[in-house]
Write a protein that binds this ligand. Structure first.
Ligand SMILES: *Cc1c(COP(=O)(O)O)cnc(C)c1O
Length: 426
């Protein structure tokens, strides 16, 4: 008896689509979603007691692997002192201090409970600060599901072929302008036309929500120059890349300094924490100091913050990101070689602990490129790997994640499984 199937069918009765977040439904790859009951390090166990090597890592947060003993201990001992106060705690101060230390472009930071809240709030502050309404984003970038950001969005929105959502008033969406990622010329033209009307530009400095897309250096550099020239707030949405591609985020890798940064995923270590921060003069627009309202009953929740703090503490260990990057790169190189051995059109790349692989000869540079890759092949490959206990994201539009708990043996086992899968794909 397949317990996953039984649970999913029952879930469909009670939860729309059987899931609490769309990509989990396996809608684009087909088949039954896996129900997990346990995780340890790089491994997950499903309801049928089948074991998997996990390359989703809860979409990024589990950078130290599942059920890391020090994080679990920290959560347990914090919980003993009550789960929430709705008042300030010293823990939140420690977290804010640490974020400001690790991400130098952040002078002040406020904690929230999700990435969506972080980006939504950052945009509100940017609008309040500049007293302008228009915002610019890039096709295929996902910034959470706030109304104004569900325009040509990536991730689940893309997976289900609806990059723009129903339920968003045209009057709201009309303030969100979109451009092609990595297209410097389009950027120049847009600023020339409407630079003075823009409150902010929000961007994934490395895109992880239309598979993995790496920015061209001159693109980010020019974006920074134009934002400065037109007094537009540049927001790096590092909800995925923050503490994932490098300790200082993507901004430390590409040497482009944003005015504001949004964080999430890794900073909660698996519990709900998000954050937005940046230049002090911008952040001081927030209530209670300034006119921009933003709040949260559970913001800075002590238990969530304790998981996040412990995670941030552990990833500061010497060589943490060197090792994580090396493991991730060895996975990517192994997959490329395995595909070559079967003559499959394939490419792959990684940045820190994030990777992408594509059934196309070159890694994509934009949304249009991503749409050209062979989705049919991806879906087959996904299921062939899943049968062999390798759990990749169930969509060709998601990046993958490696944790520090992934061993060389895990990587070798994955590459062996890929060789078998590519042979069958042939
Ligand atoms: C995941 C993600 C979000 C949304 O975060 P949630 O915690 O799911 O609300 C926003 N931006 C980026 C870049 C993300 O990857």
């Amino acid at each position: 008896m397949n317990k996953n199937k039984i649970l999913f069918e029952k879930s469909e009765d009670f939860i729309p689509g059987g899931v609490n977040s769309p990509v989990r439904a396996f809608g684009s790859v087909g088949g039954t979603p896996i129900f997990f009951k346990r995780g340890k390090g790089s491994r997950l166990i499903d309801e049928n007691d089948k074991e998997y090597i996990d390359y989703i890592n809860s979409w990024g947060p589990m950078i130290l692997g599942h059920a890391h003993p020090e994080i679990i201990q920290s959560v347990k001992s914090t919980a003993d002192y009550s789960l929430s106060f709705g008042a300030p705690t010293s823990r939140e101060l420690s977290m804010a201090e640490l974020i400001v230390k690790l991400v130098p472009s952040i002078e002040q930071v406020r904690l929230v409970s999700s990435g969506t809240e972080a980006t939504m709030s950052a945009i509100r502050v940017a609008r309040g600060f500049t007293k302008r309404d228009e915002i610019l984003k890039f096709e295929g970038c996902y910034h959470g599901h706030a109304d104004s950001l569900l325009v040509k969005a990536g991730s689940g929105a893309l997976t289900f072929g609806q990059p723009s959502s129903a339920g968003v008033p045209a009057d709201t969406a009309k303030h969100t302008h979109t451009l092609e990622y990595n297209n410097v010329q389009a950027l120049e033209e847009c600023f020339e036309n409407m630079g003075q009307a823009l409150a902010c530009v929000i961007i994934e400095p490395v895109v992880g929500n239309m598979n993995l897309i790496v920015p061209k250096k001159e693109f980010l550099k020019r974006l920074r120059e134009l934002c400065t020239e037109y007094d537009v707030v540049l927001i790096f949405d590092e909800v995925m890349t923050g503490f994932r591609v490098a300790l200082g985020g993507a901004q430390s890798l590409y040497d482009v300094i944003p005015d504001m940064t949004t964080l999430g995923k890794v900073i909660g270590g698996g519990l709900p924490v998000g954050a937005f921060g940046g230049r002090k003069e911008i952040m001081q627009q927030l209530a209670p100091l300034g006119p921009v309202y933003q709040a949260g009953t559970l913001s800075g929740n002590p238990v969530a913050v304790s998981a996040g703090m412990k995670t941030l503490e552990l990833i500061q260990q010497p060589n943490f990101f060197e090792n994580l990057s090396r493991t991730t790169k060895s996975l990517v190189d192994g997959l490329i070689d395995a595909a070559k051995a079967s003559n499959i059109e394939f490419s792959a790349q990684s940045v820190g602990g994030m990777f992408g692989f594509y059934f196309s000869s070159q890694p994509p540079e934009s949304f249009d490129d991503v749409m050209l890759s062979d989705r049919e092949k991806f879906n087959k490959f996904f299921h062939l790997m899943l049968e062999q206990g390798i759990y990749f994201g169930p969509s060709a539009f998601e990046a993958g994640f490696v944790s520090s708990a992934h061993t060389d043996d895990d990587i070798n086992q994955t590459i062996q499984a890929a060789m078998t899968s590519f042979k069958k794909l042939k």
